[in-house]
Write a protein that binds this ligand. Structure first.
Ligand code: CMP
Length: 151
């Protein structure tokens, strides 16, 4: 089992797409381990995107990510990090394949609807940045054995 951090960005919230996108993750079989709406503090966004600090789009990205509420979530499942990134598609909406979330819902590079962790170490750091341990819930669904046989 793996955990990954998801951020429904301000464009997803403003465009009323959160429910439909969350449904894609649920449809796939991923388990919601944490979920909350927040107005992100600038310092938290700066830390989250620190790896992009020298990139020309960094300032705009921080402005965008603090421009309105976001929904942050932890999703859980076998190889959840890769599974979620495959569901999202390429970063740029115009390059993302049809059938992926970005391929179906977006045209833009910055306004690409959802952020997802890109590896196990990043996921651990990002989850810690956005959630207190008590906000993450471990549980089993009654459908679990029909979703994941272990194979
Ligand atoms: P995300 O996966 O959250 O990681 C960094 C974000 O920066 C990315 O999604 C986009 O929202 C944004 N981004 C990446 N590359 C560019 C770019 N070349 N121009 C503008 N924004 C970008």
């Amino acid at each position: 089992m793996e955990r990954t951090l998801i951020i429904f960005k301000p464009d997803a919230v403003q465009r009323h797409l959160v429910g439909r996108i969350l449904a894609r993750f649920e449809d796939k079989g991923l388990r919601i381990a944490a979920l909350k709406l927040q107005q992100s503090p600038r310092a938290q966004v700066e830390q989250h995107y620190a790896v992009h600090r020298e990139r020309p789009f960094y300032r705009d990205l921080v402005e965008f990510m603090t421009s309105g509420p976001v929904i942050v979530a932890v999703l859980e499942g076998p190889e959840a990090i890769t599974v979620v990134r495959n569901l999202l598609g390429a970063t740029h909406g115009r390059k993302a394949a049809p059938g992926t979330i970005r391929g179906d819902f977006g045209l833009d590079q910055q306004y690409n609807l959802v952020h997802a962790s890109d590896g196990p170490e990043t996921a651990a750091k990002e989850i810690e940045l956005f959630f207190q341990p008590h906000e993450i819930v471990s549980y089993q669904r009654v459908t679990e054995r029909w979703i994941n046989s272990g194979g």
